[in-house]
Design a protein around this ligand. Structure first.
Ligand SMILES: *[C@@H]1O[C@H](CO)[C@@H](O)[C@H](O)[C@H]1NC(C)=O
Ligand SMILES: *[C@@H]1O[C@H](CO)[C@@H](O)[C@H](O)[C@H]1NC(C)=O
Ligand SMILES: *[C@@H]1O[C@H](CO)[C@@H](O)[C@H](O)[C@H]1NC(C)=O
Ligand SMILES: *[C@@H]1O[C@H](CO)[C@@H](O)[C@H](O)[C@H]1NC(C)=O
Ligand SMILES: *[C@@H]1O[C@H](CO)[C@@H](O)[C@H](O)[C@H]1NC(C)=O
Ligand SMILES: [Fe+2]
Length: 456
């Protein structure tokens, strides 16, 4: 199949486009390499990206080819011998549901036994073509490690305004992990998934160097999220829809808010996720677990609270994500009570193309730690909405009269940085790309106590 075989295409070309010109067809068939319309051979790896599978000492490398090839990663420690180790993985065929039914071969290789905090050099592909050379640092699995994150949602192929700054930050070694909180490419399925291809090429410049952890947004919904499910490789067995993992003193939960909106893809998914969340939170709250990883951080696309002026979700009605839905059978539980009961510390959202920081909030009411230091021992979860990385839909505007939980708002393009210092301190800051990288907002969340009992 990989050999260039012209006969089929030639017959096709002659029949469809050149019916009367039999002589020309005959002539062309003698010189097949000159014939237009033979598709290229596509064994060269592209769209390389990393994710953390959740097991200490591991990393998964994912990439795409358009012809079928093997899946191999050759790697070695930076400063040592290049490519002295080889790991094989799997290829899955992803057929896009667009008219052209384009075929993508998605390659996944899981590297294991990596030494924590050590730099590795790798390339991926097969004997039919290797990628460029990339490098990454294996995550430090110590619970006293202080990971640094970039996080944002709503980054597109067109107008990805923050991307250049994120590329440079990443190249400067500023991040251990990037969190993309839903809405990719706008939209990955468009132009027979070519928009997805080009977006994945764009983010290779960051995602091939640090783990790029994701959750689905509404822009991924077409064909039942198939572009999202096929292109990413998050931990767990849910095709990247919901999962959790640990880093430093944090337990990080990624979820699909979209199960509350696209019921046509299965109301059972909403309940499945809810049950999984409950179990995961229970496990994370076992005293022995919460003692070493006291921070519980969630990320999901559509926020529970926001004060944008776009007649969408949390501005129009009480958010489904927050309160659930009463119009389903059985009624669907929301997430606010669940997260509150299990003492979730920090909730990261996107979807609104703005940045908004909230005072600690539960049930629409503010629960500051104290009036002077609202984020020191807050009495409810802290929410951040960060969906202004840049996409073709530009930025949103704000409602002029926000509720009392709204603490800081910006319509600048940008993204958020987060550092989980230790069991008591998290630092967050907002970068404005419009203002050339200026830090326009920052907070320390300080907690001496975690869990449900910390609220009282
Ligand atoms: C490849 O498939 C095998 C068998 O199904 C599985 O055990 C392994 O984890 C897979 N590897 C990757 C990288 O998905
Ligand atoms: C991992 O991080 C911890 C805490 O900063 C540090 O003490 C340790 O040396 C790091 N591990 C490695 C292998 O560098
Ligand atoms: C949509 O995809 C999910 C995840 O693979 C699957 O569980 C569900 O059954 C699909 N829904 C439909 C309607 O195909
Ligand atoms: C919470 O703290 C902020 C900052 O001090 C203050 O402006 C706000 O009024 C407080 N809200 C409540 C309900 O105490
Ligand atoms: C946690 O980190 C903060 C910020 O660096 C520091 O002020 C604090 O003393 C640290 N706490 C512990 C328990 O190490
Ligand atoms: Fe969205």
């Amino acid at each position: 199949m990989r050999k260039r075989s012209c006969t089929k295409q030639l017959i096709c070309v002659c029949n469809v486009k050149m019916v009367p010109v039999h002589a020309a067809c005959a002539l062309f068939s003698l010189t097949p390499l000159l014939v237009l319309g033979v598709p290229p051979i596509w064994t060269q790896p592209e769209q390389v990206h990393l994710a953390y599978p959740g097991e200490p000492g591991s990393m998964v490398v994912t990439w795409t080819t358009f012809s079928k090839t093997e899946s191999k990663v050759e790697y070695g420690i930076l400063g040592g011998q290049f490519f002295e180790m080889t790991t094989k993985g799997n290829t899955t065929l992803f057929v896009d549901s667009g008219e052209e039914k384009r075929k993508l071969y998605i390659h996944r290789v899981i590297l294991t036994g990596l030494k924590p905090a050590v730099n590795y050099v790798y390339h991926c592909g097969s004997d039919e073509g290797w990628s460029d050379v990339f490098y990454f640092t294996a995550l430090n699995d110590s619970t006293s490690f202080s990971p640094r994150f970039a996080l944002y949602g709503d980054l597109g192929n067109e107008n990805p305004q923050s991307l250049a700054r994120l590329q440079k930050d990443t190249q400067l070694g500023m991040y251990d992990v990037i969190l993309h909180i839903g809405d990719f490419a706008y939209d990955m399925h468009e132009d027979n998934a070519r928009i997805g291809d080009e977006f994945m090429r764009q983010i290779q410049s960051i995602a091939a160097y640090v783990p790029y952890m994701t959750c689905p947004g509404n822009h991924e919904a077409t064909y039942n999220f198939s572009n999202y499910r096929n292109r990413f490789s998050m931990p767990g067995q849910t095709e990247s829809l919901w999962y959790s993992w640990n880093l430093g003193s944090a337990h990080i939960i990624s979820l699909s808010t979209e199960v509350y909106f696209y019921l046509e893809f299965g109301l059972e998914l909403l309940f499945k996720q809810y049950e999984w969340l409950k179990k995961d939170l229970e496990e994370a709250n076992k005293p022995e677990n919460r003692a070493v990883r006291p921070w519980i951080i969630t990320m999901g696309h559509r926020p529970m609270y926001c004060s944008d002026d776009d007649q969408d979700d949390c501005t129009k009605f009480d958010s489904y994500v927050r309160l659930g839905r009463k119009d389903t059978k059985p009624p669907a539980p929301g997430l606010e009570d669940l997260f509150y009961r299990y003492g979730v510390d920090l909730e990261l959202w996107a979807h609104e193309h703005t940045y908004e920081r909230l005072w600690p909030v539960y049930a629409d009411k503010v629960y500051n730690g104290s009036k002077e230091q609202p984020y020191v021992n807050p009495k409810a979860p802290v929410h951040i909405v960060t969906g202004s990385a840049g996409c073709r839909e530009k930025t949103d505007s704000f409602n002029p009269n926000p509720k009392e939980w709204s603490a800081f708002r910006s319509t600048d393009y940008g993204y958020t940085r987060m550092k989980v210092f230790n069991t008591t301190h998290i630092y967050l800051e907002q970068i404005s790309d419009d203002q050339y990288g200026k830090v326009i907002d920052s907070i320390w969340v300080v907690k001496e106590k975690h869990g449900f009992s910390a609220w009282f």
